[in-house]
Design a protein around this ligand. Structure first.
Ligand code: SF4
Length: 439
């Protein structure tokens, strides 16, 4: 039995795809093993958004060859689509597969016999037109279910459309089938994943369905306790969706909404499809209907043209906004994007200072959000994540909870009352022994 190991860089989408590819291998009779267990084959799923993608890729290949010098190494993922030739020249790489090829590893690479030269099988991104269904399973308490891929937006800083292609989706019927399949395993929570999931519904270049209808349909799936929408563009997060989630049986009150900048000047330069007023309106709509909702925000600092004044606009905007945490990205130049042509380059030192300021703000926001929820009762999904005798899990509104370790609680949903924030920044449950079953 040949052994195969996987390494995934990047986002939830990559995790769901690696998981699906690993199931393809298991179905073909391969044994999935950990990276250190002398695999015969390594599959490395790369990301183009990560800083130093090239260095990371080289490092992982080097590690792999140290562990199994005669192994076969195949590189897939966004970075493989963007720089196939460059990657094929890394010592130890046997094959590089692009976005249209990555789900066809067996068909294209046969029995993974090593050859003199590395194989490069990456067609133009315009060829990546079909949707490949994927979800992660057995890897986590939560499952990442891919419902959409690619993006038609073309934001100035973003390489994703170049790496993943045009927007395309699964059908509602097929997503429901996957959700029912997942429900039959013991998974309690599904995180809906995609590049631009609010744009769900395009098949073969034509819009057939709507994301809102997918949400309505999934809410009826028995056997899944929670659905979480991973990240959705503010202009696509409609009142219809927000209102539905506020009444929903299964969709949790947690939204992750990319903002990228709180300055309208920068939003326009980035080519984003909304202004800060719309963002503010989305947040206020959510908070009016769901005062305990968690709202996460993506923000980029140091985009070309971001002067000190414009950065302060972002800082003040976020400071005033009723949000729960930030994901801060420091802008870095990416080849073949419109942003590299723009003037007003921000020195790296400034970018890092701004990033630090927003990370501190994020911690303040998170703490305030946690404090506002203390004393209230929520449902926690406990994970197999034990540290110093404590286990962890998330509430429906994404508060990270710590409780006394009890193996019986792993992958269980329990109602708990939030007591106090501990030194690690997690929320302790009042009396872990008194945790009781949800009815
Ligand atoms: S919406 Fe913009 S940032 Fe998001 S994937 Fe599409 S192009 Fe990239």
């Amino acid at each position: 039995m040949k052994k195969v190991a996987f390494y995934t860089l990047g986002c939830k989408l990559n995790f769901s795809e690696t998981s699906t590819i690993s199931r393809q291998f298991e179905e073909k009779g391969y044994l999935k093993v950990d990276f250190q267990e002398n695999p015969d084959i390594f599959i490395i799923n790369t990301c183009s958004v990560t800083d130093n993608a090239d260095k990371k890729c080289k490092k992982i290949v080097k590690e792999a060859k140290k562990i199994s010098p005669n192994s076969y190494v195949a590189i897939i993922g966004c970075y493989a689509q963007l720089k196939p030739t460059e990657i094929s020249e890394i010592e130890g790489v046997d094959a590089v597969l692009g976005a249209a090829e990555k789900f066809r590893l067996h068909e294209l690479l046969g029995d993974f016999a090593k050859e003199q030269e590395a194989k490069v099988l990456a067609s133009e991104i315009t060829e990546a037109r079909s949707f490949n269904n994927a979800y992660s399973i057995n890897d986590r308490t939560r499952t990442f279910l891919k419902v959409q891929d690619g993006c038609n937006y073309g934001c100035a800083f973003c390489t994703i459309p170049l790496a993943r292609g045009k927007s395309r989706s699964n059908t509602i019927e097929s997503v429901l089938a996957s959700a029912r399949e997942i429900a039959a395993t013991d998974v309690k929570e599904i995180v809906l994943t995609g590049v631009n999931i609010g744009d769900f519904g395009i098949v073969d270049g034509k819009r057939n369905e709507r994301f809102a209808d997918l949400v309505f349909a999934l809410d009826e799936v028995e056997g899944i306790d929670r659905f979480r929408i991973s990240s959705i563009e503010p202009n696509l997060l409609t009142n219809e969706i927000i209102e539905f989630v506020s009444q929903s049986k299964r969709f949790v009150p947690h939204f992750h909404i990319p903002l990228q900048s709180g300055s309208n000047t920068i939003l326009r330069r980035m080519g984003r499809r909304y202004l800060r007023e719309l963002y503010e309106d989305r947040v206020s709509k959510i908070k009016t209907l769901m005062p305990n909702a968690c709202i996460g925000v993506d923000v980029i600092v140091g985009f070309p043209g971001e002067t000190d004044e414009l950065f302060l606009e972002t800082y003040n905007f976020l400071n005033e906004l009723n949000i729960s945490y930030l994901h801060v990205f420091t802008y870095s130049e990416r080849a073949n994007t419109r942003a590299v042509e723009l003037d007003g380059i921000v020195p790296m030192k400034k970018r890092n200072e701004r990033s630090k300021m927003l990370r501190i703000l994020s911690e303040k926001k998170r703490r305030k959000f946690y404090e506002e929820n203390l004393g209230q009762t929520f449902t926690v999904l406990f994970e197999e994540d034990v540290e110093d005798g404590k286990m962890h899990g998330f509430t429906e509104n994404y508060i990270r909870v710590a409780a006394k370790y009890d193996p019986m609680l792993v992958n269980e949903l329990k109602q708990v009352t939030l007591d106090a924030i501990n030194a690690a920044g997690n929320v302790e449950v009042r009396e872990p022994e008194m945790v009781y079953e949800k009815h």
